[in-house]
Design a protein around this ligand. Structure first.
Ligand SMILES: O=C(O)c1cc(=O)[nH]c(=O)n1[C@@H]1O[C@H](COP(=O)(O)O)[C@@H](O)[C@H]1O
Length: 279
């Protein structure tokens, strides 16, 4: 099954374009989890597994962010592996690693994330050039989400600046990804921030078939109705990510996982007008 086939199937099976972001911040973990386990590793592992159990029926994808696992030190990658092994087979797993390096180094990132951890997709920072993508390009079962128009205000530092004969570097990245897609077995998708809906449609038109990872709803305040407008002509399947807005719902309650499930269900419903186009 190719990456896009798996992506479509996961969205269809769940009737959802929601991606639950696994950003386990030790300072924000629910009190009952902290009380139950002494070690940080056990706390993070248990927390993420419960979030997965309680949200899986509402989500097509999970996006563990590597920073939160690396912050655990030497055992962080073991916890990451434990957590991703807990994610049901039919869900898309995106390793949010934002890697991007010269080709020989990129080849080792590819070995780590595609071959060893066997995730479906990884996020890529293209600042070192399109060379950062090449090592990943030979696997039709995998996808890349390349930072194109990020959700933060720092998008104005480079990405929203005019570049070559494009209105912005974001447009140029989208155009290049579309051209490179013809020669790549791996699906080349984009990261587009939900907080950038105004600029998003002009970027999306350069790569209309690209799968999208869209962070910025929930805690960052991106508007779902503006996002829906921006996606009007887009055919690539979007996964819309919320991390803090879901995983820390009901954080100090004994039955916190119920709040997490409720929040995921509610977000799935809020996204339904976007989702219906892709199911
Ligand atoms: O690549 C990402 O996932 C990403 C790109 C971007 O432009 N903005 C962005 O917030 N993210 C990530 O998406 C998640 C957003 O988390 P919340 O704001 O808590 O929903 C974090 O893991 C961020 O690192």
């Amino acid at each position: 099954m190719t990456f896009t086939e798996k992506l479509r199937a996961s969205v269809q099976e769940t009737g959802s374009t929601l991606c639950v972001g696994l950003d386990p911040n030790l300072d924000l973990l629910p009190q009952p989890v902290k009380q139950q386990f002494e070690s940080r590793e056990e706390q993070v592992s248990y927390f993420c597994k419960l979030v997965i159990d309680y949200t899986a029926e509402h989500a097509a994808a999970f996006k563990p962010n590597l920073a939160f696992f690396e912050a655990l030190g030497k055992d962080g990658l073991s916890v990451f592996e434990e957590v991703i092994s807990h994610i049901p087979e039919n869900k898309i797993i995106i390793a949010d690693a934002k890697r991007g390096d010269i080709s020989s180094t990129a080849d080792h990132y590819k070995k780590a994330y595609f071959d060893e951890f066997n995730v479906d997709a990884i996020t890529i920072n293209p600042l070192m050039g399109f060379e950062t993508l090449e090592a990943f390009s030979k696997d039709e079962t995998k996808g890349l989400y390349v930072l194109a128009l990020t959700s933060n205000s720092g998008a104005s530092d480079f990405l929203k600046q005019p570049y070559k004969n494009f209105e912005s570097m974001s447009e140029y990245i989208a155009d290049q990804l579309s051209k490179k897609s013809r020669f790549s077995d791996t699906h080349l998708g984009m990261v587009i921030g939900a907080t950038q809906a105004e600029e998003a449609s002009s970027v999306l038109k350069y790569h209309p078939e690209g799968a999208l990872l869209i962070p910025g709803i929930g805690a960052q305040g991106g508007s779902i109705s503006e996002l829906e407008k921006a996606l009007t002509h887009h055919t690539g399947i979007p996964l819309i990510n919320s991390s803090r807005g879901i995983i820390y719902a009901g954080k100090d309650e004994g039955d916190w996982p119920e709040y997490v499930a409720e929040q995921a269900k509610s977000m799935k419903q809020k996204l339904s007008s976007i989702t219906k186009k892709y199911v």
